[in-house]
Each structure stands twice: as C-alpha cells, then as structure tokens.
Design a binder for this molecule. Structure first.
Ligand code: ADP
Ligand code: MG
Length: 227
C-alpha cells in the first residue's frame, strides 16, 4: 500500500468574483521511505499541493488517501489529529514562536498530542540533540542563526515521530553552506526511515532527492527518478 495516493486533485481559490484554478488535476503516488523533490516555476502550485499533502488544506475535488485513510474531505478536527500524528512540516521562514526557548518550541506539538511535561522535555531534548543543538536548547529564536533556527524547526517537525516530513523551500532563506548542512540533516532523516518531500527552486538542492516531480501551471509536467 502506498503512503500517499492522490487522484485527480483540484484546488480552486475564489478571489473576488473570480475563480482561480490552481491545481488542475494531479495524480500522485508516493511510497513509504521515498525522498522526493517538488520543483516548478513560482506560482505553479507547489505550496498549494504541499498544504494539501500536509493536511493543512483540503482539495476542491479529487481524492487523497493518506496511509489508507481518505482525508479528502475530513473535518478540521480530524485533519488536525492526522497532521499531528503523521506529518512534520518545515517552512521557509522557520515559523518559530519568538520569546520562547528552542526546547519549548520543539515541545509544542507534543502538548496537542497529550504528553506530560516531563515526557515533552525529554523528547524535545532528544530531537534537539539529534539536530546538533543540545547546547542551544535554552536559547530563544532571536539568539540563534538562520541555520540553527531551521534546525529547531526540523526538530519540532520530528518530535511526534511523524511518517512524513514535508519541507516547503527549507533552504530558501539560508546561504549555500548552511543549506548543505540542512540538506545533510534531511538525508539523515530519510536514512532513519522517514518519507521526505521537499520543495525547492534549486537544482543542486533537488539533487539530494531520489525522485524529482516538476509542476507546471497546476499539473505534473514530469516525474522522474533521480538516482
Ligand atoms: P508556488 O508555491 O508554486 O509558488 P502557490 O501554490 O503558492 O505556488 O500558488 C499558486 C497560485 O495559487 C498562485 O497564483 C497564487 O497566487 C494562488 N493562490 C495560492 N493560495 C491562494 C489563496 N489562498 N487564495 C487565492 N489564490 C491563491
Ligand atoms: Mg511556494
């Protein structure tokens, strides 16, 4: 059984009295353990597709089966539960809470998952150690470099042991040396058994993935193995 199974997904947005057809019928199967880069011009629908994959949004029509469950038209509450259990999301702009320590940022998704404070602290410390930030746990985001902030965001994405890591332009705000460090981290995460799907504009970042899917104008233009 595939982890992600998408059939004829469409996503429209209403803007004033206009309907914009952003995703125009996407079919996609992604198996457990794959390492996928999603590419395509700005405005081609990459983030819209990632938001659907990550259960942050639902399609206008079409079917999304995630891990055997039809999540296409699930209620917000049920989606939130799936998101918390299955998905770790990393954003270009890190999206950390300011004035809150790295440890608390990472532990946050565990509150929603119902863990006790001591369980949360222990697990958050464990994942921060995994991303190389054990000695920065008590720092707030503004005391960390861009690369360190993104590591905190990756740790937060991993904290509930999701099966899928989704990253929308995770190196978009980082210099090339720091980007390589973050990509090495995604390699490790993939080697640990996670399914990794990332959006990037850069061919040398996409080169880390084992499969490259290119979108154009709301449709899959190409889908090829990379290694
Ligand atoms: P990409 O990530 O590939 O640059 P997006 O998925 O962000 O592209 O956006 C694709 C198109 O959909 C763009 O034209 C964008 O303006 C439009 N779009 C995305 N989200 C919305 C929204 N919530 N409301 C209206 N239009 C949107
Ligand atoms: Mg985008």
């Amino acid at each position: 059984m595939s982890l992600i199974n998408i059939t004829n997904i469409k996503r429209d947005f209403v803007l004033g009295n206009e309907i914009i057809h952003v995703l125009k019928g996407i079919d996609l199967t992604i198996n457990k353990g794959e390492y996928v880069a999603l590419m395509g011009p700005s405005g081609s629908g990459k983030s819209t597709l990632m938001n659907l994959l990550g259960c942050l949004d639902t399609p206008t029509s079409g079917q999304y089966i995630l891990n055997g469950k039809d999540v296409s038209q699930m209620s917000d509450d049920n989606l939130a539960e799936i998101r918390n259990k299955e998905i770790g999301f990393v954003f270009q702009t890190f999206n950390l809470l300011p004035r809150t320590t790295a440890l608390n940022n990472v532990a946050l998704p565990m509150i929603y998952a119902g863990y006790s404070k001591s369980e949360r602290s222990a697990r958050a410390e464990e994942v921060l150690t995994q991303v190389g930030l054990k000695d920065r746990m008590d720092h707030e985001p503004n005391q960390l470099s861009g690369g360190q902030r993104q590591r905190v965001a990756v740790a937060r994405a991993l904290v509930n042991r999701p099966s899928i890591i989704l990253a929308d332009e995770p190196t978009g705000n980082l210099d090339s040396k720091t980007s390589v460090e973050i990509m090495n981290l995604f390699n490790e995460i993939h080697a640990n058994g996670n399914t990794v799907i990332l959006v990037t504009h850069e061919e040398d970042i996409a080169a880390y993935a084992h499969r490259i899917i290119r979108l154009r104008d709301g449709l899959v233009e190409s889908d090829k193995p990379n290694k």
